[in-house]
Ligand binder design. Sequence first.
Ligand SMILES: [Cu+2]
Length: 118
Amino acid sequence: MLRLMLLAITAAAGCLSPGRAAAHAILLDSEPAARATVPPGPTGIKLRFNSRIDHARSRLALRSGGEERVLTLDPATPADVMAASSDLQPGDCVLRWQVLAVDGHITRGEVPLTVQAK
Ligand SMILES: [Cu+2]
């Protein structure tokens, strides 16, 4: 349900000109999944989109404990995937993504996670 709402928001923020093909990037799924509870420590992060993205102009950040940190993207990923890794600390955190799709449209969204206590 929440995921559908996020999809609707990102879709609305993308193609504003009517009649244009909506090829902007929409998040299909993620690892960890949104709302997942995960153990602390080094964690691989993977976001898969419905279209190719421009990795150089896309951004993935982790907001945790009131701070936001930009993550270094793994360059060796398929064109529709954004991947990184981060050392997750216990507590609530949010992965914030912003991507530029091949149609020139920017979309953004969030993947909230809960990290277990050590
Ligand atoms: Cu678009």
